[in-house]
Design a protein around this ligand. Structure first.
Ligand code: BGC
Length: 761
């Protein structure tokens, strides 16, 4: 188990070892020795870092960061898009533990994950690696994953920090995001992972943030990450993300990966020699890299072979918990024993189960959905036709005819469709949400003749379900499920597994309905996050744009009811929610209880509601469970950029128990005192309104202004009170100079001082 942070004793040893090194040796620690490992220098051994996140991509031969060359066999667990839909932190931790065991066995010290970037647009090419459009899910699952991996003595490197939400121009683009949005949407998953699970490392992203490369961003890597969040581990670069090594070192980037054959090492040494770089930067980073090596060294530890079968079984269970049953008219699913089934679509035989790029795993085995269905339902009950060619886009009439012939004769047709792996990868984004035309043609042709039609989707990012949605009876969102997805799909189709996944991202009707539509993927080197905090469901709910399936949606073969929702407010800015959930159906199943908070009107525009707590619970038929959720101050707060702090608006909040972000089953109103009475600090440029309504400065200002007035002048001033509204928005330093007003600047400065002496709230 990796200690949360290097113990001071160990740290002293590392510090001493590093301090005694020659400058050349210290500097050698700051760049990779090669593609996947760090340099071995006097007293500090080398370590291996490798991808991640849903499997171990250990390359024994040629190395690359795009999954082009082969890697050793390892379990391909469900990628982030699937695991995110499980909403199951215990499962994420178990998967993490298994990944840790495999990493150890394959000689990997640091596994490059989890990937907790937010799905800002459904088009992002790497959405299949990411968990959600919501920071709470991403953070909770990411933290659980880190706990799991690190419990095996293997390090983790949470990535890609930060605002890396597209692949287009990813190595240069500037993500132009306001600070409140960064703090509320793009940072919290990283913040939670760092603070809850103490990952050994953080990987900075390729892109710029508001003009500055993440790798050179002192505010990001030092002020926020280390000083505010207390991160004590090492910061490493994404592969090739460093453009100016010396600037990056100063900003807080410890380890550049991969190595650059000594070029950047020489740059650092010459900067130290010419006095433009203080050696303290070299020392601090070298100590962190050496500490990372020491924390993740498992000499003498157990590196025995992992249990391939047990890990495959876990991958199947994890995939089963991630599948989302979107639609199930007239109880079409699960399939009843004896049902004659037509299995259609080549994905049933050649499944799509992961994405392209650096996360590409060489699986230990692959479950084939068709075979698994045959095992479950019996050979003679399952008939198959490919329906389309995986690579083709034109519907072939022969293939369609063969498929519809089978569909006509079956009780139920199951159509396997989705996106090919080539279409979803690191390095580029999608341009639309469409399924291939020949897949759509197959669904439509089958639905027209079949008794019952079930569609099974395999895709990394969401696809549109139009125009065929209403013509089919059931839809399973099967994501990219990893190597055991075929078995897991058969389990859900036949009812051996009761589906319990919930959408961790909205399925829109159209691309045009998505929040980032007009600002994705940017132009001229900039992508403007114009939707601010209104990402995903936050946008759909606030702007009232209907979605085909909302965030949080997912059906089960049983039904869950809720009762006894109550909320206690023990203080001014936090609450405890209690409720009882009951499995009211006749089979065991798992529900995801979702708690949203809707805030009152305040100084900033807040999303209509935001997910603030959730828990997955498994219940036997008839079983009830009472749950408690703690909502802390942050659950109610927004980030106040004028004051650089989290602020809680006083007023009435609605605590909402949702079956999804759109379907609220019960709500309870609470009143929070929040930050009542707290006013933003005054400055010379605060507005006239802020000055006059300030509880300390306001009365003093009025007193000062009216002191020398005659009774008549005072009456006239009072009569003009309403007129004052017209100048409410003027900065005080301008107003104070206006003819007829003239408030001396010293007087204002004294008042500012007075408000600091007697702060309010
Ligand atoms: C990816 C990272 C990955 C690294 C190493 C980069 O292209 O963005 O996620 O960890 O390569 O393969």
């Amino acid at each position: 188990m990796i200690a949360p942070a290097p113990s001071s004793e160990k740290n002293e040893v590392v510090t001493k070892v590093v301090k005694d090194l020659r400058l050349e040796d210290k500097t050698a620690l700051l760049s990779g020795r090669d593609f996947w490992s760090t340099a071995e220098v006097n007293g500090v051994p080398s370590m291996v870092l490798t991808d991640g996140p849903h499997g171990v991509r250990r390359q024994a031969g040629e190395a690359d960061n795009l999954g082009i060359h082969g890697s050793l066999p390892a379990t391909c667990f469900p990628p982030g898009t699937a695991l995110g839909s499980s909403w199951d932190q215990e499962l994420a931790e178990e998967v993490g533990q298994a990944l840790g065991r495999e990493a150890r066995h394959l000689g990997v010290n640091v596994l490059l994950g989890p990937a907790v970037n937010i799905k800002r647009s459904p088009l992002c090419g790497r959405n299949f690696e990411y968990f959600s459009e919501d920071p709470l899910i991403s953070g909770v699952l990411g933290a659980a994953w880190v706990r799991g991996v690190q419990s095996q003595g293997v390090g983790t490197s949470v990535k890609h920090f930060a605002a890396n939400n597209q692949e287009t121009d990813r190595m240069r683009i500037s993500s132009d995001v306001d600070e409140r949005t960064l703090r509320e949407i793009y940072f919290p998953a990283f913040e939670r992972v760092v603070q809850e699970s103490k990952p050994t490392a953080v990987m900075c992203s390729y892109n710029r943030i508001n003009g500055t490369y993440a790798s050179e961003n002192t505010w990001l890597l030092t002020d926020v990450l280390r000083k505010e969040w207390g991160f004590t581990g090492a910061v490493l670069s994404d592969w090739g993300a460093v453009s100016n090594r010396v600037a990056a070192l100063k900003a807080g980037l410890d380890l550049e990966m991969p190595g650059s054959d000594g070029t950047t090492t020489a740059e650092i040494i010459s900067a130290v020699k010419d006095g433009s770089l203080d050696t303290s930067f070299v020392d601090a980073s070298a100590i962190r890299v050496a500490a990372l090596q020491q924390l993740t060294a498992f000499e003498g530890g157990d590196t025995s072979a992992f249990d391939v079968d047990a890990h495959h079984a876990l991958a199947r269970r994890a995939a089963g918990g991630s599948i989302v049953l979107l639609r199930n008219e007239n109880g079409t699913l699960p399939l009843q024993p004896g049902t004659r089934v037509a299995v259609l679509g080549e994905f049933a035989e050649k499944p799509r189960y992961q994405g392209g790029g650096s996360s590409h795993i060489n699986p230990t085995r692959i479950d084939i959905p068709l075979e698994e269905l045959r095992k479950n339902l019996g050979e003679d009950h399952v008939h198959y036709a490919p329906g389309y060619g995986v690579t083709g886009t034109e519907a072939s009439s022969l293939l369609l005819e063969e498929a519809t012939d089978l569909a006509r004769r079956a009780d139920v047709s199951i159509v396997f469709v989705g996106l090919d792996e080539k279409e979803e990868s690191e390095g580029f984004d999608r341009t639309n949400l469409d399924l291939p035309a020949d897949h759509v043609a197959l669904i439509e042709a089958v639905a027209a003749v079949s008794n019952r039609t079930v569609v099974v989707l395999s895709n990394g990012g969401v696809v549109t379900l139009e125009p065929w949605h209403d013509d089919v009876d059931a839809i399973l969102e099967g994501w990219a499920l990893g190597q055991a997805g075929g078995g897991a799909l058969a389990d859900v189709l036949t009812g051996r597994t009761n589906p319990s996944g919930r959408l961790a991202e909205t399925i829109p009707f159209r691309l045009n309905d998505t929040a980032s539509f007009i600002n994705f993927p940017g132009e001229a080197g900039h992508v403007r996050y114009g939707e601010g905090a209104l990402v995903g469901y936050r946008y759909h709910e606030t702007v009232d744009v209907p979605a085909r399936y909302p965030f949080g949606h997912g059906l089960s073969y049983t039904t869950f009811t809720y009762s006894d929702l109550s909320v206690d407010v023990p203080g001014t800015d936090h609450a405890t929610v209690h409720l009882t959930v009951t499995n009211a159906g006749d089979r065991a199943g798992a529900d995801v209880v979702q708690i949203y908070v809707a805030a009152p009107k305040g100084p900033v525009r807040k999303p209509l509601r935001e997910l603030r707590a959730f828990q997955k619970v498994t219940l036997e038929p008839g079983e009830s469970r009472t749950l408690a959720f703690e909502l802390d101050r942050r659950a109610f707060a927004h980030y106040d950029i004028t004051d650089s702090r989290w602020a809680v608006t006083p007023g009435e909040y609605s605590i909402e128990l949702g079956r999804s972000s759109h379907d609220i089953a019960a709500r309870s109103a609470i009143s929070l005192e929040g930050d009542a009475g707290r006013t933003a600090p005054l400055s010379l440029t605060s507005t006239v309104e802020e000055w006059f309504t300030h509880p300390v400065a306001g009365p003093l200002l009025i007193e000062g202004m009216t002191a020398s007035m005659t009774e008549e002048q005072r009456e006239a001033a009072e009569a003009m009170q309403d007129g004052l509204k017209m100048v409410y928005s003027m900065p005080m330093d301008q107003f104070a100079k206006f003819p007829g007003v003239t408030i001396p600047q010293e007087a204002l400065e004294q008042l500012i001082h007075a408000t600091r002496e007697a702060p309010v709230g």
